[in-house]
Ligand binder design. Sequence first.
Ligand SMILES: *Cc1c(COP(=O)(O)O)cnc(C)c1O
Length: 390
Amino acid sequence: MITAVLPTYNRAHLAFTHGAGSWLTAEDGRRYLDLGAGIAVNALGHAHPALVQVITEQAAKLWHVSNIYRIPEQERLAAMLVDLTFADTVFFTNSGTEACELAVKMTRKYWTEKGDPRTQIITFAGSFHGRSTAAIAASGAEKMVKGFGPLMPGFTHLDWADHDAVRAAITDKTAAVLIEPIQGEGGIRVVPDPCLKGLRDLCDATGALLIFDEVQCGMGRSGKLFAHEWSGITPDIMMVAKGIGGGFPLGAVLATENAALGMTVGTHGSTYGGNPLGCAVGAKVTEIIADDAFLAEVSRKGARFRQGLESLVARHPKVFAEVRGQGLILGLKCVATNTDVVKAGYAAGVLTVAAADNVIRLLPALNIPDEDIDTALQKLDAAATAVGHG
Ligand SMILES: *Cc1c(COP(=O)(O)O)cnc(C)c1O
């Protein structure tokens, strides 16, 4: 008999009643150190006092109004993002998937308006852009698309970060190139800065729009507000979600004025997107994370965590192969089966998240205290020892 909840997830037998900072408490009272953070969502940990305050105050005032009215909280967050990034304009969504949908629509509309109806979007193996029909066609991982055809046409998949393949595939008929500067689901794979620069050059030469999916790697996780900032180049369109809401469902598409030229009145919309509650929370999250001192701390904590992970790899060569990532978007490529390591983590009281390419992801709260990093390393050591003996 089918379960009351549609059975699309292979869930761990863990249920949590509350959280504080980097820690979650399960129904049986056991505490877990959370290195998943709701898959990079709880960017400031659980129940951050400033976020609890802002959501409580806003909830007492106004939750929702339609986008047929001005929404000052939305205007304020949009102005902050425009001020902090390459973007001239922002549309708010409720998820990363919806951001992907708009990025694709914006691209198609751009070329229609230009009188040059290009539709081909180049994407990469191992990428993840969401679960809508457009997003799975963009992602193209076999297990996500099987049985859901006919797929939305217009996507060309290339090998990951293969510059020669892009050079061969991109033409003056290419509408856009869509890439995660750091692949999340694909196994914490960082696109080298010269590759991002090379992509920008190829897009400039052909007129193709460059779209970054920073849904997982953005909002401070890499040690910059957005991961592409390390490369010094900027996209035309960027998808954001996950961390920006700190746990409240919120996403955004950021764009240059030029890329957004087709998006006029009536061309797109959302009932919930940009609601006062979500935008009030998003503004507080953004205000905290965009601070230079906060971002420097993310880099420092990331380096500290990474150093400990390197010694774990050295101590457990039969379990771990290498450390990947940047800042606090880290991965351990496993020799053992990654899901066995995740399960051993549960037994040791630490939550990690499996990714493709036999990787476990470590995506802690960006404000994780140093002592929790040290505890995490001890628990991961215990998990690796258990897997090594098992
Ligand atoms: C999670 C994710 C998405 C999809 O976001 P949802 O909020 O789950 O719809 C898209 N792109 C990347 C890189 C992601 O990590």
